[in-house]
Design a binder for this molecule. Sequence first.
Ligand code: PLP
Length: 393
Amino acid sequence: MHSTRVRGPENERHGCGWCGGLPRRSAFTVSSTVVRIPLEPFMIDLSANENPLGPCPRVARAIVAALPALHRYPDKDGRAVTAALARRLGVDASWIVLGNGSCEVLELAVRAHLAPGDEAILSRPGFAPYHAAIARSRGCEVALPLRRDRHDLAAMLDRVGDRTRLVILGNPHNPTGTVVARAEIERFLDRLPEAVTVILDEAYVDYAGGEDFADAVAFVREGRAVLATRSLSKAYGLAGLRFGYGVGAASTVRAIHALRQHYNVNALAQVAAVAALDDPEHLRRSVEHNTAARRSLHRDIGRLGLACVESRANFILVRVRDGAALCRRLEQRGVRVKDMTGFGLPDAIRVSVGSDEDNRSFIAALGVILGQSDASGERRMSAERLAELPNSI
Ligand SMILES: Cc1ncc(COP(=O)(O)O)c(C=O)c1O
């Protein structure tokens, strides 16, 4: 089949009965050849904490402008974007290290701090790459349970010993979305021995808001043994490009530089990051949308009779009875959320804050599942509540 249109991927309504008439991705048409991609049923993806507004338009323009130079290697030191970050954060460029996503910075930071047998303290459940990085460094993980869904800093202090080199704190934490306040972190840092560095993972910092929130870069400026890691994957909408950074003492940053590959951050990610950092308006819109939509989601999930953890990020942890079963049933209705079984939470799901339309579809699908049968193990919804649901599923 020949066509000169470039039209994919796009969404088409269909009626296979499998996903209840939801749109699906159909075909890719590239130059004069139609390339069929597998007909994956269209999924509303609320599983990966991405920004439903996408990146700012400046990013697309910056990428197009950079295309003619794609035969060149990127700046191995990412000088333009490092300078932009240094100005923004009020720190010296030598305090900043860039990564292929903040996951790379986290991985390298763990490797830089842990010799085999050294200990890293962190919370359980937590973000999987922390555990993987510690294991790859052949370090010993001391994973302590959350207390009322928050880091238990007192228990962590109790566990600090001669071999402790690292504490890793997500703030806000994934998967709960909870934060520990500045005053608590200050007290914690005051009591830690000098040999221990704290990685404050602030991938969701832009969403946290609030007077009580601890800015990890401020701790670095004060000369504390802190490495702040941040990401442009979330509020800046650049997850697909992979750009993150760390801010720490020059000696810490040097140790991480020594472990990274020269060209770890590609050229398009570098120009995109400069453009994105230069658009505070888009960031403001993204955060505003998230705050309002998170509140509505929280309320609507509560109305369906499920309990949520109060989140300061762009996702919500929801208590259910059988998370894996509920995820399967949501997928059958075209909505993907995160099954928390791998996090050690079989009785929870994590749902990202999406666009208003996607959030409504999620709530409608959840409502239908809860109302249809007790097979998911969840509560049955009242007929009145079912009647109120939007018709989008
Ligand atoms: C707690 C936490 N830290 C770090 C990251 C990694 O972000 P990046 O895309 O910058 O590697 C994520 C991504 O989901 C996350 O949830």
